[in-house]
Design a binder for this molecule. Structure first.
Ligand code: PEP
Length: 253
């Protein structure tokens, strides 16, 4: 049985003091346990302050990126151990904004995911096709290649600790969403790809989140799909009421 996971990606929004206010509002609205895993991913600079707010609550802490080395001369980077020590339990890896603006390759995504895993963090590995790839009829091929690249060298026993997020690039921050049935089909394709690598029993344990303009208004229908195990929420996670409504929609779906 896959536990639903709702993750908020705060991107490069919120100073530490603003982040504390938002985190407090999220924790307040989501105080009752409901069987759904919830995580918020503030910028690096706010992790410590937000960690102090969420500690002891049902809201987990996640980061938005990680470097694959344990330590070293990598100016500006942050290791999985550093995140873990701050109380992080999750880290987003391979977000399309990082692929698009910061040269993130499948190889790096792979190394980051493995480093996260080695430090006991749950990597939320993002995959998704661009509009031109979809229009060229290459969406399935592109996403399968990203999944295979991300999971190269993973041991089957570790795959249960992975969360994947299918985020069609054309749906991120645009207000456009994949139709629930189209998203469900892609999730099934991703699961089949994982099954091809590690077997069906392993694949059925992997949580596959949908991301791309998830809002309170569309969350329920998306989360009702059998292959959609949660959501990675960008814009709407910056509003505590909207984020809490999405978690509630997950509960009732
Ligand atoms: C995201 O940042 O991962 C995302 C899906 O953003 P949005 O919900 O704003 O489309």
């Amino acid at each position: 049985m896959r536990r639903t996971l709702i993750a908020g990606n705060w991107k490069m929004y919120k100073t530490p003091s603003e982040a504390v206010v938002l985190a407090e509002a999220v924790v307040k609205r989501l105080s009752a346990p409901d069987g759904i895993d919830v995580v918020i991913c503030p910028p690096f600079t706010a992790l410590e302050a937000v960690g102090k707010v969420v500690v002891g609550s049902r809201v987990g802490l996640g980061a938005q990126d990680v470097h694959w080395e344990k330590e070293g001369a990598y100016t500006g980077e942050v290791s999985a151990e550093m995140l873990r020590d701050l109380g992080c339990r999750y880290v987003i890896v391979g977000h399309s904004e990082r692929r698009q603006h910061f040269g993130e390759t499948d190889e790096r995504v792979n190394k980051k995911g493995l480093a996260a895993l080695a430090s006991g963090l749950t990597p939320i590995v993002c995959v998704g096709e661009t509009l031109s790839e979809r229009e060229a009829g290459r969406a399935n091929e592109v996403v399968a290649a990203q999944v295979k690249g991300a999971l190269s060298g993973w041991a089957s026993r570790d795959v249960q600790f992975l969360a994947l997020a299918y985020e069609p690039v054309w749906a991120i921050g645009t207000g456009q969403t994949a139709t629930p049935s189209r998203a469900d089909e892609m999730h099934a394709h991703i699961r089949m790809t994982i099954a091809g690598l590690f077997g069906a029993d392993v694949a059925k344990e992997v949580r596959i989140l949908y991301g791309g303009s998830v809002k309170p208004e569309n969350a329920k229908e998306l989360l009702q799909q059998s292959e959609i195990d949660g959501a990675l929420v960008g814009g709407a996670s910056l509003d505590a009421d909207a984020f809490a409504s999405i978690v509630k929609a997950a509960k009732s779906s």
